[in-house]
Unconditional design. Structure first.
Length: 482
């Protein structure tokens, strides 16, 4: 197929969608064979920032003006979660939580410069997977941002340490480096298929983080006022819609390649975002522990997961580590301190059942770049939001008030006091008495933000991606395999 640039993706994604024709057989993968895993992590995509309704029949839980047919097909053939959360309302901390299986407070990853963490890097998702299954190959392509390299967290191949600015492309045929990231992923898939090796592949796209970029040809197809596109809270709805469509084209090529290589029936695919954003239904947005800042889209497809499923069970990003281990290495012992639980039981039961965790609450914390240092804790349907500097707490029943419009704290005093006690004990155990005292004083300074590519060097030889390698021309993916 001798097509230039991004057109290869369009061609791959449009191969009659053979992937769709065989999706119904996804549940028939050979029993006892551990599935491959592909994690698609989008940057800054709001809970309602896709055309897929996170709550069936609730139009405010989607953005119909955005065209993402491949994601919509994935939703029809897999399971959509209506109450999925990121581990933190900002990028870096959320990603640390996801890869380490812990809340950001327990991990000591509550701001972008928080390091070292309170868990050894050997306990990361990819490291634990490789320890339990040495035959697995691991790769991470795209946004990273932490001062330690992907290799130290278990990824044998990667783009190295990258920053937000690396996602702003000067190549008009590779906006947000979406297609370059995907090309490297497709090459990785081809290699693993030839070698018949299982794999864990994480695609950390820069889209849909600002500044928005898109192919000119995609932007031309977007009407001047796409219906409802402004719900994602961005300044340029047309460009945001076009960037989302480019992202969908890229992930469609991943799906089609999995099918062509005979891998789709035994590959678990997870699609989600690293934090939330503004939404017509939810309160707040990025940086806040209100629902808008932490609730994210989540769609999962894979072996044993029925088509058209929907799950209302609350789940969180730090559940991913136990979920992947449960699928790929069932029976393996998780590190002490992991707070997440496996989604496998609810995925295989059509969305029914509960996620079992070591603790029966979810916790979210952010104390810089916000007016009030704040923590939220959800237990069952009740959620408490606590502002440390003012001492105020707000209580919501998310089963009837997902938009957090009605504060119940004055009428349900005992429940508010009980949840606040759990919240304060959790934060104190993770961050310590000194930081809790400073939270109450409202005196938590930001340590300053690394900008562009000027972060500290990787601790074990990680490599920053050079400009221009979005198409693989300047530097290919790093292979850190021993």
């Amino acid at each position: 197929m001798n097509l230039p640039g991004y057109l290869r993706f369009v061609a791959i994604a449009c191969l009659g969608w053979a992937w769709a024709a065989t999706a119904a057989t996804a549940a028939t993968a050979a029993p006892g064979v551990a599935p491959n895993v592909v994690l698609i992590l989008v940057d800054d995509q709001a809970w309602s920032g896709t055309p897929v309704e996170m709550i069936p029949g609730e139009p405010r839980s989607a953005t119909p003006g955005i065209r993402m047919p491949n994601l919509q097909r994935m939703a029809r053939e897999g399971m959509v979660f209506s109450q999925a959360y990121a581990g933190h309302p900002k990028c870096e901390c959320s990603r640390a939580s996801l890869l380490m299986g812990r809340s950001t407070t327990s991990l000591n990853a509550v701001q972008k410069d928080s390091f070292p963490w309170k868990a050894p890097l050997s306990e990361s998702l990819a490291n634990r997977l490789r320890a339990a299954r040495p035959d697995f190959r691991t790769a991470h392509f795209g946004k990273w941002q932490w001062p330690v390299s992907p290799r130290s967290l278990g990824f044998e191949m990667s783009d190295g340490i990258t920053q937000n600015s690396d996602g702003t492309s000067d190549d008009p045929m590779d906006p947000k480096r979406t297609f370059g990231i995907t090309r490297r992923a497709l090459a990785f898939l081809e290699e693993q298929a030839r070698a018949r090796r299982p794999f864990f592949l994480q695609l950390s796209y820069y889209a849909v983080h600002e500044p928005p970029q898109a192919l000119a040809s995609t932007l031309e197809r977007i009407p001047s006022s796409p219906g409802g596109a402004g719900r994602s809270g961005r300044k340029d709805p047309r460009l945001m819609a076009a960037m989302s469509e480019d992202l969908d084209t890229a992930i469609g090529s991943v799906f089609a390649t999995l099918e062509r290589l005979g891998l789709s029936t035994n590959t678990l695919v997870v699609y989600t975002s690293d934090n939330g954003g503004k939404s017509a239904l939810l309160k707040g947005g990025k940086t806040l522990v209100d629902e808008g800042g932490i609730r994210v889209p989540l769609i999962v497809r894979g072996p044993g997961i029925g088509a058209g499923g929907h799950c209302q069970e609350p789940v969180v990003g730090y559940d991913l580590l136990p979920t992947v281990m449960d699928f790929a290495a069932p029976g393996s012992v998780l590190p002490a301190g992991v707070e997440g639980g496996s989604w496998k039981p609810v995925l295989l039961a059509g969305g029914a059942g509960r996620v079992a965790r070591p603790v029966d609450w979810l916790v979210f914390h952010h104390d810089v770049e916000v007016e009030h240092p704040q923590t939220a804790l959800r237990q069952g349907n009740l959620k408490i939001v606590h502002h440390w500097d003012t001492g105020r707490s707000f209580l919501y029943d998310l089963s009837v008030d997902p938009g957090e419009r009605t504060d119940l704290s004055a009428n349900r005093v005992e429940e508010t006091r009980r949840l606040q006690g759990i919240l304060e004990a959790h934060v104190r155990a993770g961050l310590g008495d000194e930081r809790v005292a400073r939270l109450r004083q409202g005196s938590i300074p930001s340590k300053g933000h690394r900008k562009g590519r000027n972060g500290p060097p990787a601790s074990d030889g990680g490599l920053r991606r050079a400009k221009g390698d979005g198409d693989g021309s300047a530097a290919g993916p790093r292979d850190d395999a021993p």
